[in-house]
Design a protein around this ligand. Structure first.
Ligand SMILES: Cc1ncc(COP(=O)(O)O)c(C=O)c1O
Length: 435
């Protein structure tokens, strides 16, 4: 039954939103910040958050379940598990693969996981956190992804998994790498945090790997503030992942739900007494990586806008690419052949003979309030956290070094308008002409 007091409050929230955000502010070149990333939030999002708060949906429950099943359906996976961040989803993915339930298919300390040197740290950290050994390969400039050849060269008798992110929304050659993984009996995990809606050979990224992950941090295609997700169509892995996410417990009842299996007091597991409450039987050394319904409510409301968000990102990228084409001194990005990226950002490398360096162009842009970012960590192996850790490097990391030293990216998110993109293009053209 509709509660009139609740409906009235929600109408007031909508009115409050429109008073706060009366419409898009006029763009003032050089003054209005053109952010590299940022959430696009509307009155529906604000209402969804407040509605969940009014209903005191403070823990993970029905809204989370609806968000999970909706994302799974849209991204064409059978199961989705909400987590409190994309980093947690990555940790969950690799931890799941260490389960003894997987027998000799499980990852064990010292096993190798092939990954890419240039990218985000928490694509790699779960490898080390699980006592596994990262094997770093280089990327290509232009796509900023690795190649199947580089991955193949890195495969050794200890290789058990491949875990790679689709760089800034641009798919890595995922069909070829999935085929390699299958041929060598390895797991493929796709870090799809930056690439929701991208396709490779007409198929969505995140559907090639046994497991894939998403981030819902505000910089990403969809946001719930902090959040992430693990997706899989492998029901056994999905069940194990739920156990790892939810403290390591064996029981599959939702919190607050009792005896769905009708065996709550009938099992004998481990050396526990027969009939020990299944809600408190732990079959994995797990975590608590769950989120809450309040945040899932925002995710669900954002999900309705995903097609528009993806289209805006593609449009902004195309406009930048066409407007900057042929500009000397700058290496412009290229979509990986066979892909249709749902872009996260527009990445540029300053060529060695440009006559200016990356700090010159970045400071020009920043002075004009056009925000820039680096390709995350650049070459991770050069960071203090990774020096001296177990690792293997295959081939040269020369391009990862270029990404560290001469590469930056600018925004394409839906909050960026055609007018803003024109200003960015004009600024870069003017900068290059003055050198
Ligand atoms: C490729 C990639 N993986 C993982 C993450 C981590 O996501 P979160 O910030 O939600 O932990 C990020 C964050 O931006 C990312 O870009």
């Amino acid at each position: 039954m509709v509660d009139p007091a609740r409906s009235r409050l929600l109408e007031q929230v909508r009115a409050y939103h429109h008073a706060q955000v009366p419409g898009p502010a006029p763009f003032v070149p050089g003054q209005t910040p053109i952010l590299s990333s940022g959430a696009t939030l509307d009155a529906d999002d604000r209402q969804a958050l407040v509605a969940a708060a009014l209903d005191l949906r403070i823990a993970s429950g029905g809204i989370t379940a609806k968000f999970e099943s909706s994302v799974a359906r849209i991204l064409k996976r059978r199961k989705a598990l909400l987590t409190n961040s994309g980093s947690s989803a990555n940790l969950l993915a690799l931890s799941t693969l260490t389960s003894t339930e997987l027998g000799d298919q499980r990852l064990q300390p010292g096993d190798e996981v092939i990954t890419v040197a240039a990218g985000f740290p928490t694509t790699v950290n779960p490898i080390l956190q699980n006592g596994l050994v990262p094997v770093f390969v280089d990327i290509e400039l232009g796509t900023y992804n690795t190649t199947a050849e580089r991955v193949e060269e890195a495969i050794s008798p200890r290789t058990r998994a491949i875990m790679i992110a689709h760089t800034l929304g641009n798919p890595f050659p995922v069909a070829e790498i999935a085929e390699l993984a299958a041929r060598h009996g390895c797991y493929l995990i796709e870090d799809n945090c930056d690439a929701v809606g991208s396709t490779y050979n007409g198929r969505l990224t995140g559907t090639f790997g046994r497991l894939s992950t998403l981030s819902f941090y505000p910089a990403h295609h969809l946001t719930m503030g902090e959040g992430g997700m693990l997706l899989s169509s492998d029901l056994k892995l999905a069940k194990l992942a739920k156990t790892f996410r939810d403290w390591g417990r064996d029981c599959w009842c939702e919190p607050g739900e009792d005896d769905r299996c009708l065996k709550r007091f009938e099992l004998q597991l481990g050396t526990l007494p027969a009939g020990y409450d299944h809600k408190y039987v732990f079959s994995e050394v797990g975590y608590n990586l769950k989120s809450s319904d309040i945040q899932a409510a925002l995710g669900l409301s954002q999900l309705a806008k995903l097609p528009d968000f993806i289209e805006a990102r593609k449009r902004n990228w195309r406009q930048l690419r066409a407007g900057l084409d042929g500009l000397p001194g700058l290496l412009l990005p290229e979509a990986t052949p066979g892909s249709d990226p749902s872009w996260f950002g527009f990445i540029i490398t300053v060529l060695p003979d440009a006559g200016f360096d990356v700090s010159d162009v970045v400071s020009c842009l920043e002075r004009r309030n056009i925000r820039t970012r680096r390709l995350f960590a650049g070459n991770l192996t050069r960071h203090p956290a990774y020096i001296g850790r177990p690792q293997r490097i295959v081939g040269s990391l020369a391009n990862s070094d270029v990404a560290t030293e001469r590469t930056f990216w600018i925004g394409v998110h839906p909050g960026i308008t055609t007018e803003m993109v024109e200003y960015v293009i004009g600024t870069l053209k003017e900068f290059v002409a003055s050198h």
